[in-house]
Design a protein around this ligand. Structure first.
Ligand code: 5GP
Ligand code: MG
Length: 178
């Protein structure tokens, strides 16, 4: 099975199947179900990339929980710029809440490093980070990462919510640049 897709000027090959993704999502959900029993966490996905992960994760959560989305964008093309262009929608009262930030992927960690203080200063009872994908070799910052679906090498990927210049978010599987 060597599926190839072309998005704009680049080609990508199948890398992580939908089945493998959903297994990783379930494993993260199981840990959250265990850790937040009786706590009613507030799930905060960071748009755009995390919308599919957030949706599938929510379906697997058995604990009572709330969800509220915020938007942050820092990516141009295939390399992280580290510049946050947007942080919209952090209007929720986080005081005393058990907050879980949901990321699609942690690459350099710059996005999270920049936005975490904005959460922390709202005095949540606890603040944790769940990411579907993590590139340990790309990490350039010291950030807490509490739940990881899968560790991947430092290669650019698309699909399952993640884009290449706007394209590929609709793909069910994850593809790696060729
Ligand atoms: P970081 O700030 O950790 O470098 O990157 C954060 C954001 O960059 C992620 O939330 C994601 O939107 C984007 N990103 C990082 N690596 C990739 C990748 O391999 N593919 C895509 N499509 N986006 C990525
Ligand atoms: Mg993201």
């Amino acid at each position: 099975m060597n599926k190839v897709v072309t998005l704009g000027d680049k080609s990508f090959q199948l890398y992580i199947s939908e089945t493998q993704i959903l297994t990783a999502v379930r494993a993260v959900a199981e840990q959250i179900n265990k850790d937040y029993l009786g706590k009613r966490p507030l799930i905060i996905p960071i748009l755009n990339g995390s919308f599919m992960f957030a949706s599938d994760l929510m379906k697997e959560l058995k604990v009572d929980c709330d969800i509220s989305f915020i938007k942050a964008a820092s990516y141009a093309g295939t390399s992280s710029t580290g510049n946050i262009t947007n942080l919209i929608g952090l209007n929720e009262d986080l005081a005393g809440r058990h907050v879980i930030i949901i990321e699609d992927i942690i690459d350099t960690g710059h996005t999270l490093a920049k936005i975490l203080p904005a959460f922390a200063e709202k005095n949540p009872a606890s603040l944790k980070v769940a990411t579907l994908l993590f590139k340990p070799k790309a990490l350039k910052t010291q950030i807490p990462i509490d739940y990881v679906g899968m560790e991947i090498p430092n290669e650019f990927i698309v699909g399952y919510g993640l884009d290449y210049d706007g394209l590929g978010r609709n793909l069910r599987d994850i593809y790696q640049v060729i």
